[in-house]
Design a protein around this ligand. Structure first.
Ligand code: PEP
Ligand code: MG
Length: 585
């Protein structure tokens, strides 16, 4: 049994399909003279197949996700065409009698060593692209990597170091029942995909690639971040039963999408979705979310080579708003930095404490051209839809001065637009409460904003001084810690007292235990991964506000996270026993 971070709930039993196995165990062979020509030909066939796959992927992703996301695969085609790349492989096959998979493996080693010497984050990112292309080529040369479902018995569980962008897209065509990664975190590709598809996932499982091989039987418990390899029959039977319950429950809940969100005593709630792009906006629709409570614009920049211009941003924002439920969208300005870097915004050095450093609005303030462009594009896009349907929100707000400065920047954007003959309406302006300083001074902050959204993912990590992506301190980075609950209760009460609309858009909004406590604190609006909306809607219908207030009262007396967890586990088992499978630690 191995432990990692629980990044997407549910239980699955299946057969391992190890994506990076070739790198742990490369298929090496010295060629005989007579085999060299055939090996060169196999490599050319693999190149052709890869090129046509990449062209198809580029078209598919461009149509379904967007032009910039599709462009990643154009970059991959350019790598594939690169003469230096291909000449090295050919030389090693001919002169060193290496088989093509081994040559590719060696080339990856060379690139890894080369990129390790650079401090340029943009270049470092490109290593992922090279690796992706090499894996794709290898998949056409080695049986190990072929996603040949027919040869693998039972439902597939993908095991990888971390999912690369193209693998993530390719998984869209395969019936995957769970994902386990060696690296990764709550915000990695694997975690995001698993949550949006509603399949269990565990990340940060140390050495999993050395312990598992394709064909092994795997149990994934996304509730507790546990993975079992070739478990005993008793364990297997118990998990198979849990898996059946999980699948039945998901099917049943998805049919609730038209139901209104309200508690057992008919208090109306707003359950919105967190999205990163157009396909998520469509998922939000399908899952019955009432709007988008958080559109993370950084994904737009992460896939760009240069600052996207105002027209491009304007049209993308319009597209997202049009695809979102009720055209109701909260657009968050760029939240880059921390673990996500964009070279063209000056991220060319490694900070000692990136999460506490130059990120989000701190960075945007120092790039006024870029920041003004984004704000103008948002204002113009909002103007195309009904009043107040679109809101603008700022991440990482820490001080009142920052809010004043933001207000001035928005006023300036309106003036510039008016000077160009474009009069735009005012729109609701909000802040995220994710820095403890903002939570502590919430009363002063509220004078300057129209709404608040608690970013509990960051608020918890900063409050507990425990990196949200570091498995070693994940026992501290807990949303049910008493310190967190006290802070959340205080912020929610302050907003309700002043009638400033408040929502919470961190991962805890979609977790049953936390959701009940937030209801008890007086929160009525939530934003979560689209896949969690149906289960939270169901849970809301099973509990009254009075009951949540009683539960909260008991919980606020506990002194430890363990006590809160234990008590809330019992409560969920009592209120909605079937839903506990959809909760995660
Ligand atoms: C948060 O911090 O809770 C949040 C929603 O923002 P992100 O996860 O993008 O940092
Ligand atoms: Mg955040």
């Amino acid at each position: 049994m191995r432990r990692g971070i629980a990044v997407s709930p549910g239980v699955a039993v299946g057969t391992a399909y190890v994506i990076h196995e070739i790198y742990v165990n490369p298929d090496t062979k010295e060629l005989a003279d007579s085999e060299i020509t055939a090996e060169l030909a196999s490599y050319e066939v693999a190149r052709d197949k890869s090129a046509s796959e990449l062209r198809a992927l580029e078209r598919k992703v461009e149509a379904q996700v967007g032009h910039e996301e599709g462009a990643v695969f154009a970059v991959h085609q350019a790598i594939l065409r690169d003469a230096a790349f291909t000449n090295k492989i050919r030389n090693w096959i001919v002169e060193e009698r290496m088989n093509a998979p081994a040559a590719l493996h060696r080339l990856l080693g060379e690139y890894t060593a080369l990129f390790a010497r650079t401090n340029d984050d943009y270049l470092k990112e490109r290593l992922n692209d090279v690796r992706d292309v090499i894996i794709r080529l290898s998949s056409h040369l080695s049986d190990v990597l072929k996603p040949d479902q027919a040869s693998i018995e039972g439902p597939l569980i993908v095991i990888a170091d971390e999912l690369l962008p193209s693998q993530a897209v390719a998984l869209g065509d395969i019936d995957v029942h769970a994902i386990v990664t060696q690296a990764g975190s709550q915000t990695s590709h694997a975690a995001i995909i698993a949550r949006s598809r509603g399949i269990p996932a565990v990340s940060g499982v140390k050495n999993i690639l050395r312990k598992v091989k394709t064909g092994d039987t795997i149990v994934v418990d996304g509730r507790h971040g546990v993975v079992e390899i070739n478990p005993k029959i008793e364990s297997l039977t118990a998990f198979r039963k849990l898996e059946r319950e999980f699948v039945d429950l998901k099917d049943q809940l998805a049919s609730n999408r038209e139901l209104s969100a309200e508690t057992a005593d008919n208090v109306p709630l707003q359950l919105e979705a967190n999205i990163n792009g157009v396909s998520d906006a469509e998922a939000a629709h399908n899952m019955g979310a009432s709007g988008v409570g958080l559109y993370r614009t950084e994904y737009l920049y992460l896939t760009h080579r240069d600052v996207p211009d105002e027209e491009e941003q304007f049209s993308i924002y319009k597209e997202i708003i049009a695809a979102s439920p009720d055209h109701s969208v909260t657009i968050r300005t760029l939240d880059i930095g921390g673990d996500k870097t964009v070279a063209y915004l000056g991220h060319d050095h490694n900070e000692a404490n990136p999460f506490m450093g130059w990120r989000s609005i701190r960075l945007s303030f120092e790039h006024p051209d870029f920041f003004n462009t984004q704000i103008r594009a948002i204002i113009r896009a909002a103007n195309e839809f009904p009043a107040n349907a679109v809101r603008m929100m700022f991440p990482m707000v820490t001080t009142v001065e920052e809010l004043r400065k933001l207000r001035a920047i928005i006023r300036k954007a309106h003036r510039t637009l008016a000077d160009h003959g474009q009069e735009c309406r005012e729109m609701p302006i909000g802040m995220m409460v994710e820095v403890p300083a903002a939570a502590v001074t919430i009363d002063t902050m509220l004078e300057l904003v129209d709404f608040v959204s608690i970013g509990s993912n960051d608020l918890v990590q900063y409050l507990m001084a425990a990196d949200r992506d570091n498995p070693r301190v994940s026992h501290l980075c807990q949303p049910l810690a008493p310190a967190v609950l006290i802070t959340l209760k205080m912020v929610i009460a302050a907003c309700n007292r002043r009638s400033v609309p408040i929502t919470l858009c961190g991962e805890m909004a979609g977790k049953p235990k936390a959701f009940i406590l937030l209801l008890g604190m007086g929160l009525r609006k939530f934003s979560m991964s689209p896949a969690f909306v149906p289960s939270i809607k169901q849970l809301a219908q099973m509990i009254s506000i009075a009951e949540t207030e009683q539960i909260l009262e008991s919980v606020m007396k506990f002194k430890t996270t363990a006590q809160v967890n234990k008590y809330m586990t019992r409560q969920i088992e009592r209120i909605a026993p079937k839903l506990s499978i959809l909760d995660s630690d």
